[in-house]
Design a protein around this ligand. Sequence first.
Ligand code: ADP
Ligand code: MG
Ligand code: ZN
Length: 563
Amino acid sequence: AHNVTRFSSVRPAFATSNLEQLLQDHGVVINARALDEGQPTWWESLVYGFGPTLLLVGGFIWLSRRASSGGGMFTMGQSRAKRYEDAGAERVTFDDVAGIEDAKGELMEVVDFLRHPEKYQRLGGTMPKGVLLVGAPGTGKTLLARAVAGQAGVPFFSLSASEFIEMIVGVGAARVRDLFKQARASAPAIIFIDELDAIGRARGGGAIMGGHDEREQTLNQILTEMDGFDSRQGVIVLAATNRADVLDAALLRPGRFDRRVMVHPPDRLGRAAILRVHTRRVPLAGDVDLDSIAAETPGLVGAELRNLVNEAALTAARKGRDQVQRDDFAEALEKISLGPARHLLLNPAERQRTAYHESGHALLGLLVPGSDPVHRVTIVPRGMSLGATYQLPTDDRTSYSEPYLRARIISALGGRAAEKLVYGTVTTGAESDLQQVSEIARRMVVRWGMTESLGPMSLVSPQDEGLPPSLQRPSSSEATAELIDLEVRGIVKACYAEAEQLLAVHRPQLDALASALLQSESLDAAEILRVTGLQPRAELDAALDRPVPPPAGAAPAGENHSD
Ligand code: ADP
Ligand code: MG
Ligand code: ZN
């Protein structure tokens, strides 16, 4: 063997054999030097230095690959439509839909057709292929579509149009094709296209960033499919939108979505019926009156009412109750309208000011003829507000009389007027009140022709329709614009003077209400009357022999001042 006298070797740090001992025993001269630990090898420095960057770059490449295939490469041509069979518990029927009886009535015919197609075909009639459900978000369009399928006992294929927008060109169209194929194979069936406006917007009108081609292709595919079958095959296409006005005219042509079913927000009786549906499985205490909750919730739609019931149940559970009580509903309603209670520590002076402010609203709501009844007043801070006064109409309203509008302005100014009366100074706290006031006063002048000088005419230019009043330009001369401002200011000033005067005269009631509020934070209608010694609004109106504005139909939410 080769006789080696000198060699060098690196001894790994983890070596444990007693090598040194062995070498020394044999008289080997050791010339040991520790490898510099702080000096990383070339590959170590590469990994530490560029590793994170490499990882990031790699991640980006991976992500962008995934995105560009959009799940489409793998699922292309295969519809992701959710299919709901009539599987026992999952099934939704007309019993689960309440408060939108007109819409239900119109869809009964569709259900009947799906069940007994021969009855309609006997006389050579054809059913509509497409039915468009039009209504505000949360009114129950999706629910209604599912209920049609459930009621008829046919499969339900649904697809949300907004999903198409993110996809690469061609995938949406392939999905639509597949959706119709599947539905035809299991006819009779319902196809449901939710949020139709997401793809069905009128073409040519400004493309929304990206996805324009895709939208168009998908839309064309829907049109092609709808033209390609007739309803005798037993497939009916339902679609939902909250913006029927923006839909492409091609969608609405005969043979496509030529039937329209309006889904309106529920009225008082409707809201009570919806509350009944959603409290079926909720144990309610004896003091809960669903009809009066319905009366206190003008403007709420089905989805919000369901949410209200759910919040109330959670509130009761948090308190360890076995049943949901009336005050759980009251708390839930406040939470839904203003956000959860804030544990905000107000200094006593600020709290007192808030109490006077809200008392001002509440008292004027009681004093001014024609006002909506004051229903609750609170100084519990919630969301952005320090307190709130709830004034709700006895019934839903569709039109407003001039005295009613003035009464609204006066009580909205009550907060500011009370602060001024009691403290001699004003605060920023009335910002949202003042906004509301200007809005109403302006509308009285330019929209509803309620002033002598300008006369009964609308002064809103047609192209401004739908814009908030503050952005609307009068379709008139500068002189008229000046007159409008003058009239608006006149209305507000007169109302403010009346607010100040009424509060000054009723100062004792104002003080009583504010101190009761400071003590118990929230007062309901009965407590407010007891504290102030006043009569309910309706009786006062009768005593004054002034007509109460006529209650009627569905209307926006009541008059709430939250500050
Ligand atoms: P939309 O599609 O009109 O936005 P949804 O059908 O998605 O409204 O409504 C959401 C939920 O709200 C429903 O699943 C249902 O629980 C409840 N809901 C809405 N409207 C009603 C109604 N008219 N009756 C009973 N529940 C309703
Ligand atoms: Mg929906
Ligand atoms: Zn206010």
